[in-house]
Design a protein around this ligand. Structure first.
Ligand code: GLY
Length: 341
């Protein structure tokens, strides 16, 4: 990919213009998140923190390994998200939070920034890796989103791994569910009476051909009801990718991310407004989302390899690995002492 660099300088009162052709390639890159929320230092033991960092690093290595061996950004996103769906500590795949009826209902989506094709699934209960099903919808159907039993029928047709619903259950989430039910009973009038969780996982990658892909997967919010679907499977809210600007994966209070089409807004500000990914993400998360009363965060990766981790919650599980040699994972808002290079 060619970039033209123009330098202007004023020397001895004269304006000098120098134009040089450079061939700087954007670096192979992957950014990931494992959910945003009330993550303050002290919440986890050192052993638990180490386990989170280890899992984030495993996801980064899986995704970056695909990029390094010449694979596509779509394949890299799938590889990273599958690691986090399979890890019981994240609210996606195994270890998802429970609905009010005591079930696990999973949502996921993926988007290819080269083709602008996308796939999404909502409310699946038996598909081991919902992100793989989202990819099947993208690559092997003319549709963008399948829900519930229909999505599961398609998963069987496509030969994906089907599991019993109890596969997703973990004791830790079951205990949280029971606590949330008790809290709800004690606070009937509160808008959100329970300690619901924002956890979600996501990845955005940039491959050697300059193609961006983004994906997101989640168990949604604790005690969700009536077939509630959050932002994770909504293209433009939870996930967006466009080679002309950037890729985004969101985590947070889904209803706000849907209303604000958070992921699309960030890429539109980059493409139409000429903003950096950092400035665009800051505006959307620290102005628009905050003013509406929502919270959460995003990971953003620009087509030049620039990236941003932006959240208005206390923390966000996150990480980056790229061809400049950067490798980092973090949990809390203040990176001091938490980053692992
Ligand atoms: N952001 C995940 C959800 O609201 O379901």
């Amino acid at each position: 990919m060619k970039y033209f660099f123009t330098a202007f300088c004023v020397a001895a009162g004269m304006l000098v213009s120098a134009q040089a052709e450079t061939h700087t390639e954007p670096p192979l890159s992957i950014v990931i998140h494992g959910g945003a929320g009330a993550l303050a230092p002290g919440r986890y033991t050192p052993e638990q923190e180490a386990a989170f960092h280890a899992s984030l690093n495993e996801a980064l290595d899986a995704g970056y390994g695909v990029l390094e061996s010449g694979g596509s950004s779509v394949d890299a996103v799938i590889a990273a998200i599958v690691v986090m769906e399979d890890a019981p500590m994240f609210n996606a795949g195994k270890g998802s939070v429970f609905t009010r009826d005591g079930k696990n209902e999973l949502d996921a989506s993926i988007m290819n920034g080269k083709t602008m094709n996308a796939g999404a699934v909502a409310g699946v209960t038996k598909v081991k890796n919902p992100i793989k099903l989202a990819r099947e919808v993208m690559d092997n159907s003319v549709h963008v989103m399948f829900a519930r039993e229909g999505a599961e029928e398609f998963a069987k047709e496509r030969g994906l791994e089907i599991v019993k619903p109890k596969y997703f259950k973990t004791e830790h989430r079951w205990e949280s569910y029971k606590r949330a039910l008790k809290k709800e009973k004690a606070n009937k009038d509160a808008a959100l009476p329970h300690d619901f969780k924002y956890g979600t996982v996501g990845a955005v990658a940039l491959d050697a051909d300059g193609n961006i892909a983004a994906g997101t997967s989640t168990g949604g919010m604790t005690l969700k009801r009536y077939g509630r679907v959050g932002d994770a499977p909504i293209i433009g809210a939870g996930t967006f990718a466009d080679n002309n600007s950037c890729g985004v994966s969101s985590t947070g209070w889904g209803e706000y991310f849907i209303r604000l089409t958070i992921a699309r807004d960030i890429c539109a500000q980059v493409e139409y407004g000429g903003k950096t990914v950092e400035d665009a993400a800051n505006d959307v998360i620290h102005n628009r989302l905050k003013n509406l009363g929502g919270d959460g965060g995003v990971i953003v990766l620009g087509n030049d390899g620039s990236y941003a981790f932006t959240f208005n919650s206390k923390g966000m599980f996150r990480g980056v690995k790229n061809a400049t040699g950067k490798k980092m994972t973090a949990i809390y808002g203040d990176n001091a002492g938490n980053e692992q290079e």
